[in-house]
Ligand binder design. Structure first.
Ligand SMILES: NC(=O)c1ccc[n+]([C@@H]2O[C@H](COP(=O)([O-])OP(=O)(O)OC[C@H]3O[C@@H](n4cnc5c(N)ncnc54)[C@H](OP(=O)(O)O)[C@@H]3O)[C@@H](O)[C@H]2O)c1
Length: 322
């Protein structure tokens, strides 16, 4: 069975360097996907309330636990606080709702999904509100006055109560990280951000290294994940999976281009969380640490940098403090 190396977080907890991404995994297959991934050797599952599949992912986990394939403490489970729950009083209930959906007592890591506070939506009214609330002219995106330091304080409460062994942030820029460090009583364990050869993020890597914050990369295959959303950015640059630079390096190592893209991150100590619905690709992705790239190869891949960010949620049409 494939396995993956781990890294030590600031808290001392071990976290796998490769995990499974759960965004866009449809509800009707999510349980099987999580179960099969655990069977294939995955020990890190990257979920979020906004992915609207945590209950089903939890069912897959429960099956694996019941069959004795893993023990709870052997699986590193990540969830994320959605934007509509940034007000301090909503953080713990949101965390508890995700815990209940997963059917677990604690998360290994709970992240603020984005530094974008949106107007609260009662889950009884709409369980997965996404980006919009009902406005007078139909659905609209509306912010609310919930500054990060208050949200972080409530995240620290979740940590203190044992609901989250580690807490961290996602989609934060370096200025926000530096600000957070000024007041955080609990050290942010992880920053999860978009990172691939078209968006190398060296500045963020340097900041995280300086503050001992572990980095977790999403969308490791660049535009690939965004094709199914018909996102304009997915058509702007050629696929990283077929690019000559990557393909030549892959051929030298008898690896696939996907493995090279993942190894480019994991070899530098950055966790990856590729999503795949295909059993062969699932295994291939987990097996990304069986070879080492040379420094020149890492540089050749990093030189593909276009400072090209694809995920730009904050570009949504937003009604500021409406
Ligand atoms: N914090 C955030 O705001 C945020 C944002 C985006 C993503 N994430 C997290 O990061 C995870 C991964 O990012 P992502 O979903 O954007 O994209 P990704 O893992 O970079 O790409 C997924 C796409 O690549 C394909 N793929 C997977 N393995 C492959 C392989 N070996 N060869 C060729 N194609 C392959 C998948 O298709 P198949 O399924 O058919 O294999 C799917 O179309 C998400 O699931 C989520 O957990 C977090």
């Amino acid at each position: 069975m494939a396995s993956t190396p781990t890294v030590k977080l600031a808290s001392g907890d071990a976290m796998p360097l490769t995990g499974l991404g759960l965004w866009k995994v449809p509800r009707d297959v999510a349980a099987d996907q999580v179960y099969n991934a655990i069977k294939a050797g995955y020990r890190l599952l990257d979920g979020a309330a906004d992915y609207a599949n945590e209950k089903e992912c939890g069912q897959g986990l429960a099956r694996a636990l019941k069959e004795g394939i893993v023990k709870r403490e052997e699986v590193f489970i990540v969830s994320k606080l959605w934007n509509t729950n940034h007000a301090a009083k909503h953080v713990e209930p949101a965390c508890r709702k995700s815990l209940s959906d997963w059917g677990v007592e604690y998360f290994d890591l709970y992240l603020i999904h984005m530094p974008i506070p949106l107007a609260y939506v009662d889950p009884a009214v709409r369980e997965f509100p996404g980006w919009t609330v009902s406005g007078k002219d139909g659905d609209e995106t509306r912010t609310e006055r919930s500054p990060v330091h208050l949200t972080w304080g409530a995240m620290e409460e979740c940590h203190a109560k044992g609901l989250a062994r580690n807490i961290g942030v996602s989609n934060f820029v370096s200025a926000l990280i530096i600000d957070l460090i000024c007041y955080a009583k609990v050290h942010p364990a992880v920053l999860q951000i978009e990172m691939h050869p078209y968006f190398v993020q060296q500045g963020m890597i340097d900041v995280c290294k300086a503050y001992n914050i572990h980095m977790m990369a999403y969308s490791s295959f660049g535009p690939q994940s965004w094709i199914e959303l018909d996102h304009p950015a997915s058509k702007t640059l050629p696929s990283l999976l077929t690019l000559d630079t990557v393909a030549d390096i892959a051929a030298k190592h008898k690896a696939t281009t996907a493995q090279v893209l993942l190894r480019w991150a994991t070899q530098r100590g950055i966790t990856v969380i590729p999503k795949s619905s295909n059993p062969q690709r699932l295994k291939e992705n987990l097996d990304n640490s069986t070879f080492d790239l040379t420094e020149d190869e890492i540089k050749a891949i990093s030189d593909l940098d276009r400072k090209f960010r694809i995920a730009a949620g904050s570009d949504a049409k937003i009604n500021i403090f409406a």
